[in-house]
Design a protein around this ligand. Structure first.
Ligand code: AMP
Length: 194
């Protein structure tokens, strides 16, 4: 299966992505994790990405697209993958379409986790505390939400029009959300939702 997992910052995407991908036996490809690994390793990519991440902005599309193209061309992604945090812009959607077309592949579903805004902010504050993430100061946190609303939320309609959208309530316990995701995916049965 080839799945995209979407949701605002703090919706619990990363946690869900790992659990869902494991159950589907596909790799979870998190652009945020790849960027963070590069920042830690102080690679050239990491140094470039860090400026944007710390400000709560998106890393430029060319950088992100090239990284994803390389990652999903790896052997472990041949049978499928779960994309966590990509695509995030309309231009990235077009680029992903091109990557998949080149490989003769297509998407099965786009899962969007919907959450209460206040819970999102609470989750982000907690995560910033727990992980000491430098991209999670309060101002940056608000900015990241705005960037999501402006640049990423429009993708929901794009994928809905393609019949790929699966909206799932992302509130509550991790296990409950995972169960909802699988229920919703089973209902779509690989076929267009709605
Ligand atoms: P995440 O862990 O998914 O919230 O990503 C952390 C940060 O990495 C984001 O705030 C962006 O700065 C950057 N990032 C992750 N994915 C993308 C993407 N698809 N496009 C641009 N920037 C991204």
């Amino acid at each position: 299966m080839r799945i995209i997992l979407m949701g605002p910052p703090g919706a619990g995407k990363g946690t869900q992505a790992k659990v869902i991908a494991e159950r589907l036996s596909v790799p979870a490809v998190s652009t945020g994790d790849i960027f963070r690994a590069n920042v830690s390793a102080e690679t050239e990519l990491g140094l470039e990405a860090k400026r944007y991440m710390d400000a709560g902005d998106y890393v430029p599309d060319e950088v992100t697209n090239a990284m994803v193209r390389d990652r999903i061309a790896e052997d472990d992604a041949a049978q499928g993958f779960l994309l966590d945090g990509y695509p995030r812009t309309v231009a990235q959607v077009a680029e992903l379409d091109a990557m998949l077309a080149d490989a003769g592949q297509s998407l099965d579903a786009v899962v969007v986790l919907t959450v209460d805004k206040e819970e999102v902010v609470q989750r982000l504050l907690k995560r910033a505390q727990d992980e000491g993430r430098s991209d999670d100061t309060e101002d940056v946190m608000r900015h990241r939400q705005d960037v999501y609303t402006e640049q990423t939320a429009p993708l929901i309609e794009v994928y809905d029009e393609r019949g790929l959208l699966v909206e799932v309530d992302g509130m509550g316990a991790v296990d409950d959300v995972t169960a909802r995701v699988f229920d919703a995916l089973e209902k779509t049965n690989g076929a267009p939702a709605s």
